[in-house]
Design a protein around this ligand. Structure first.
Ligand SMILES: Cc1ncc(COP(=O)(O)O)c(C=O)c1O
Length: 454
């Protein structure tokens, strides 16, 4: 029997041979098409998380698959001793469609941020200015390397690996006065996400972003915007900073750029580009022909298929439906985000991880962040049909868990004693591996994903 079809064998191999740094749901996907994924049993799921904002064109998009196949048949890798046509083309496309003059390619978001941090310091070094500090936001997330855990404003990611790389200061997000206060003569750069994705989908205030932009320009501080999650159409424009009307000096990209083929990019102005001289930075795989062919296909397809328009239309459609659900269920406390990066926050009656499991059981994939928020980052090609199904499932889960507002009101009217009690979510099972969790994998109940999309 092939390991591909045997979930328990996959789990066994994983447990015994793969470093246990993740806590996966009891499922393995072997095939995808559009917004749908298929597991080892052929069960179909709607992918509302898109590999965490990676599968920008969905799964098995013919243009992306075609470009990868063609490139793989011609030349997969070629080192940086030589020119690489696809790399030059990708750099051209990204620069012509942004504020940037130069692009550097690597393999992940963390590496793109490493390049950004290094070039910011190099920029001042080569100007003979003693400026190296970088101010970042609390609750930010910039990656898992030693440099980017230092940049990340969440000590839980760096504490076990101390000493943390020096030279970073952390300020509360969306607090301009605190940021201003933290900057001084040694400040080289301010580094921010415009939507803090990993800590609960928290967008920056527009006023804040504009003040930071102006302050940086006034004081010769470089502004680095981490667009690893928000870039490449995710928020309804090609880059999120365009929505805010600000002009950074450096941005970083990764996730959606090549639709699932590993890539990272750091874009900067010609002025900032003076921070790297020949030999100062590099990457064996970064910008290789295969990854660049995939990224070029993603950028072309976003344009050809008008996907930015789709992102904005689907955002409006989804937000309207979610707002209605929020009106119906007071356990939904907030709906926030931009484009197709959306967080739904619940009050203490709903555990986000249990909601994720319940969704999974109903054939829908989302991610949970912290205890109270679920995150949606579906493919940019998503249509109303998938959104309708997602909202229907959310409605039915909440209906079976929390009485709708009007039911509560009638209960209060009738002076029933239980109205003042918190509604239990005991009907949810816990994540496999959690304390007192069931040990056998959860069998998803009949998924509700529509059948006609394969
Ligand atoms: C904003 C942001 N920056 C950086 C990263 C790190 O990217 P990678 O996991 O590709 O290294 C992430 C990953 O989630 C991210 O969301």
């Amino acid at each position: 029997m092939s390991i591909e079809n045997d979930l328990s064998l996959i789990q066994d191999f994983d447990k015994n041979y793969f470093l246990q740094v993740f806590k996966p749901l009891p499922v393995a996907f072997v095939k995808g098409k559009g917004c749908y994924l298929y597991d080892t049993q052929g069960t179909k799921y709607i992918d509302m998380i898109g590999g965490i904002a990676v599968n920008s064109l969905g799964h098995a998009h013919p243009k992306l698959v075609g470009a990868i196949k063609k490139q793989a048949g011609e030349l997969i890798h070629c080192c940086n001793y030589y020119y690489i046509p696809g790399r030059s083309e990708l750099a051209y496309k990204l620069c012509k469609n942004s504020f940037a003059d130069k692009a550097f390619f690597c393999n992940s978001g963390a590496e793109a941020n490493e390049a950004a941090i290094k070039i910011a310091r190099g920029y001042f070094h080569y100007r003979n200015e003693d400026r190296y500090e970088i101010v970042t936001a609390k609750n930010s997330f910039h990656g898992r390397t030693l440099g980017t855990i230092a940049a990340t404003g969440q000590p839980k990611f760096s504490e076990p690996f101390a000493p943390v790389m020096p030279g970073f200061k952390y300020v509360p997000f969306n607090d301009f006065d605190a940021l201003k206060e933290a900057c001084g003569p040694k400040t080289a750069a301010v580094m921010l996400e415009l939507v803090q994705g990993e800590s609960g989908v928290h967008p920056a205030n527009i006023e804040y972003a504009k003040l930071v932009d102006k302050f940086c320009k006034d004081h010769g501080i470089l502004l680095i915007i981490d667009e690893v999650q928000t870039g490449i159409g995710r928020t309804g424009m090609m880059f999120c900073h365009e929505r805010y009307g600000i002009t950074p000096d450096i941005i970083t990209l990764a996730k959606g750029l090549a639709g699932g083929v590993p890539i990272g990019a750091m874009l900067c102005t010609d002025e900032v580009a003076t921070g790297f001289h020949v030999g100062d930075h590099g990457s064996t795989f970064g910008g290789n022909p295969l990854a660049c062919a995939a990224a070029n296909a993603v950028l072309d397809t976003i344009k050809e298929e008008n996907l930015l328009v789709n992102v904005n239309e689907m955002n409006a459609y989804l937000m309207e439906k979610l707002t209605k659900l929020k009106g119906k269920y007071d356990c939904i406390t907030d709906i926030r985000g931009l484009g197709l990066l959306i967080g739904i926050e619940f009050d203490e009656r709903i555990s986000a991880s249990q909601m994720m499991i319940e969704m999974f059981r109903n054939g829908i994939l989302v991610s949970s962040i912290g205890t109270s928020t679920i995150r949606l980052a579906p493919p940019l090609i998503i249509k109303k049909k998938e959104i309708d199904t997602f909202c229907k499932v959310l409605d039915s889960i909440l209906k079976n868990t929390i009485p709708a507002k009007k039911d509560l009101l009638s209960a209060i009217k009738d002076k029933l004693p239980q109205t003042s009690k918190k509604v239990s979510v005991a009907s949810f099972d816990k994540l496999p591996g959690e304390e007192d969790a069931q040990q056998t994998p959860a069998e998803p109940s009949a998924p509700v994903a529509p059948e006609d999309d394969m």
